[in-house]
Design a protein around this ligand. Structure first.
Ligand SMILES: Cc1ncc(COP(=O)(O)O)c(C=O)c1O
Ligand SMILES: N[C@@H](CCCC[NH3+])C(=O)O
Length: 438
């Protein structure tokens, strides 16, 4: 396992994160357990902010809360001075419950319900990222009913194929998200929004996909966005105040993943925007980005307890842990790969290649195929790294398995930020049928 952030091996030969012994954390809080390296999250936030400060652009770094949305995380994001993007009434409610300032919240989503829009209007959020013509009319009507004029961006699809798994690629033309640029929908959406009295158009947005290691996709998308904006200036005299180029910056999951530093992405974005705007004689907009995974992904580690194992001679050894696709859906959904180590035996030689199975009643419930470990035994603590993004966020109760607790660790202190679900939680919304009188 790749040790990074505050992770290290302590004197007992145990994995330590944020100054806390992972084996002790497993004893104190139980497993499975999501452990977040708080300092690493904060450093990532600061790396993006610093890179923008150096660029001279006006900017907002917006944390895409879908990657990991809890009240503690929203509060941390506020402390670090980042804006926050939400994609549902639930994420919005979580942020507001944490006291996160509404005016720094941006609301995304391709099918915001009237109730969600009203919830956001009543809270006076900062900006709606409008996805489609239906939403444009709906938001305008609901804003006008309330005597409001709200700031919006238009989400566009620039037709860029990001080099990533097709399920997490979003900027290509054939996508459920956004106004398509090529077919003219985007320019039409700009004209329409300028004519709607309840809406104040700030600019345009694009998000080309997720887990992206190169800058060329962003460069191409920015060129297309600025071409669109130049057309809008000519057609409607519209000049944007904001350009939002989305998130999608990659992280390291396994050996061979080659993410760039936050500053590399930011420098590629700012220099492209500067060159494109200057060449078209356009004033520089405020730049927004929306990193999710790269803020929290490699700050998260999941701890499991090893249980049963099964050896099929000449074929494979399965080692099962007490979690699986309920706490990390990504391997089953995207064939995502992870690295792991035995947190209680970090200095022992990795003598065996095994495959880590979850405990769900599903053959596809595999966390890792073929990982080298020191012959795992029942009771060992397996640590899977880089689970901080879209792990807890996509957790579920399949097989009525309760969600794990979440803790933040820093300077030798652990703080529980989400309690482990209980059996009572699992049935709390259930109702029995009325007994029929027959
Ligand atoms: C509109 C939008 N912004 C930001 C993100 C965050 O992406 P990532 O977590 O890859 O940075 C996503 C998710 O892919 C998204 O759909
Ligand atoms: N949930 C996905 C990425 C989708 C991001 C949201 N558009 C993942 O785990 O990689």
């Amino acid at each position: 396992m790749y040790l990074h952030g505050t992770s290290r091996i302590n004197q007992l030969g145990h994995l330590e994160i944020g100054g806390c012994d992972a084996v002790k954390l497993a004893q104190d809080y139980g497993t499975p357990l999501y452990v977040y390296d708080e300092e690493l999250i904060r450093n990532k936030c600061r790396a993006y902010v610093t890179a923008f400060q150096e660029s001279g652009f006006r900017f907002q770094v917006t944390y895409a809360s879908k990657a990991f949305c809890t009240m503690a995380m929203c509060a941390l994001i506020e402390e670090e001075g980042l804006s926050l993007d939400v994609v549902s009434g639930g994420e919005l409610y979580t942020a507001l419950s944490a006291g996160y300032p509404a005016d720094k919240i941006h609301f995304h989503g391709n099918n915001k319900s009237p109730d969600e829009i009203v919830q956001a209007l009543d809270a006076n959020i900062g900006c709606f990222v409008v996805d489609n013509f239906y939403e444009l009319e709906l938001l305008n009507a609901l804003a006008c009913e309330r005597g409001k004029r709200v700031d919006i961006l238009l989400r566009t699809t620039p037709g860029v194929e990001a080099h990533t798994h097709e399920y997490i690629s979003t900027g290509q033309q054939d996508s459920k998200f956004g106004f398509d640029i090529k077919s003219g929908q985007a320019i039409e959406a700009i004209s329409r929004s300028l004519a709607l009295p309840g809406l104040h158009l700030l600019g345009v947005h694009s998000h080309i996909g997720s887990q992206i290691f190169e800058t060329d996709g962003f460069v191409i998308a920015i060129k297309l966005l600025i071409e669109l904006l130049a057309d809008a200036k000519e057609k409607d005299g519209f000049e944007p105040t904001v350009l939002n180029v989305g998130g999608g910056f990659g992280i390291r999951y396994v050996d061979g993943d080659t993410p760039l530093e936050p500053g590399d992405y930011v420098r590629a974005i700012t220099s492209t925007v500067r060159t494109e705007c200057e060449s078209r004689n356009m004033s520089l907009p405020e730049l927004w980005i929306e990193p999710g995974r790269s803020i929290v992904g490699d700050a998260g580690t999941t701890l499991y307890t090893v249980g049963s194992s099964k050896t099929i001679p000449g074929l494979r050894k399965y080692v099962a842990v007490n979690g699986g696709m309920t706490d990390n859906l990504r391997p089953a959904l995207y064939q995502a790969q992870y690295e792991a180590a035995l947190a209680n035996r970090m200095n022992e030689a990795e003598l065996e290649i095994v495959s880590i199975a979850g405990k769900c009643c599903e053959s596809g419930d595999m966390l890792i195929w073929d990982v080298s470990l020191p012959e795992p035994k029942a009771g060992d603590i397996l640590a899977v790294s880089s689970t901080g993004a879209y792990g807890y966020a996509m957790s579920n109760n399949y097989n009525r398995i309760a969600r794990p607790a979440v803790i933040f660790v820093k300077d030798g202190e652990a703080t529980e930020v989400v309690a482990r679900e209980t059996m009572q939680d699992l049935v709390k919304n259930d109702k029995l049928l009325q007994k029929q009188n027959r």
